[in-house]
Design a protein. Structure first.
Length: 382
């Protein structure tokens, strides 16, 4: 598997962060598009991207892109793909996808045509009349947008936000990829002190710790490609070990998470233990009304409950007001808060120094960043 094009879908608004991390990994021809990042490489590139990416949702092989306004054009475009290079005689190859703003509107019909085209191609190349599909899964995905067809194979399996540490969570937890992005936007580094005053199941603090310690997010999970016959398991294990060798256990990172719900705190502790960062994070019961700085220099990152998530709008606005009163301009404290409320700054009581638009699930949100009054003396070395 050489000279392949890969696509990494991501949360809208995180394309730049996702592209930067791939460039930092040394991947080739990285370019950001709306909702995804493309790059090129071989099998080793695919493995690295799956193990190391904090912000991508999955890693896909982009097989082809072509225009199709009829089912015949769709069939011929898909059949022209060299499927025999990716799918063996016993492999399963289910098809799913979307069609938006295109003449081929029926997703079920598109699925049937694509499946038929793959089967016809494999019949010719594998010399078989039919396929049992009892082997490893090669999930075929398609997107038809404005009559442009993209056909991909998923290499990841469960989404990359599934790090493996969050078997349990409280109601409406923040997605791991989004929590990691908030840590990056807050410039969390190896010597930071991070506080989440409404930590829930601890995801923001755990992702911050993993980032600070350079723990690759996919280090302790498996991927769909590991079951493929084309997979070089020795190379995969070598790259996984190299990733483990990057972990920095000597850093001084520490964190504290607070919540009023004891069940959530228990879950957060369990998740931190599974993630291997329990020695870096303390969890305590405390109301946001009692907030005060825990460190002389600290980075506060939080995902407060809000109207569409856990609280009604009135309660959420009261919470924002309390935060504005408590999150004071201490010399070396910064605050990063995510909210879907367009009036957040008004209720909070002051304009953010920086804002970033992105999505939390289906909710359009903004990340509001309040920088410290004085320049932080942290060393921001990557």
């Amino acid at each position: 598997m050489k000279n392949l094009t890969f696509a990494a879908p991501c949360i809208f608004g995180l394309e730049g962060l996702c592209a930067n991390e791939f460039k930092f990994l040394g991947l080739e021809n990285v370019r950001a598009e709306n909702g995804r990042v493309l790059f090129n490489g071989g099998f080793d590139t695919m493995v690295k991207a799956n193990i190391h990416s904090r912000y991508a949702e999955r890693i896909q092989i982009l097989l082809t892109e072509f225009e199709a306004e009829s089912f015949e054009e769709l069939f011929q475009g898909v059949k022209a793909i060299p499927w025999e290079k990716f799918i063996d005689k016993q492999d399963a190859f289910p098809v799913k996808g979307k069609s938006l703003s295109s003449k081929l509107k029926s997703v079920p019909d598109c699925q049937k045509i694509i499946k038929k085209a793959i089967v016809e191609r494999l019949k010719e190349k594998h010399f078989l009349p039919w396929f049992e599909e009892t082997g490893p899964v090669h999930q075929i995905q398609f997107l038809i947008f404005n009559d442009n067809v993209s056909v991909l194979i998923d290499t990841t399996g469960e989404g990359l936000h599934k790090r493996g540490y969050r078997a349990n969570s409280n109601e409406a937890p923040i997605k791991e990829t989004l929590a990691a992005a908030m840590a990056e936007l807050s410039f969390v580094r190896a010597n930071h002190n991070v506080v989440d005053p409404m930590c829930g199941s601890g995801t923001i603090l755990i992702e911050s710790a993993m980032k600070a310690l350079h723990i690759p997010p996919g280090i302790n999970r498996s991927f769909a490609f590991e079951n493929w016959s084309q997979t070089d398991l020795n190379l995969t294990e070598k790259l996984r070990q190299e990733a483990k060798n990057c972990i920095d256990t000597d850093c001084t990172f520490s964190a504290i998470g607070y919540d009023i719900d004891e069940v959530s705190l228990k879950i957060a502790k369990e998740n931190a233990e599974k993630a291997g960062v329990a020695d870096r994070i303390k969890f305590k019961k405390r109301d946001i009304k009692d907030f005060e700085p825990d460190f002389e220099r600290q980075t506060v990152i939080t995902n407060p409950p809000y109207g569409e998530r856990l609280l009604d709008v009135t309660c959420a606005e009261k919470l924002y007001k309390i935060m504005g009163e408590k999150f004071l301009k201490y010399p070396e404290n910064s605050y990063t808060i995510i909210s879907p409320d367009d009036d957040f700054e008004k209720i909070f009581g002051r304009k953010a120094d920086k804002r970033r638009k992105l999505y939390n699930g289906m909710l359009k949100c903004q990340v509001y960043i309040y920088k410290s009054k004085n320049k932080l003396t942290y060393n921001h070395k990557k």
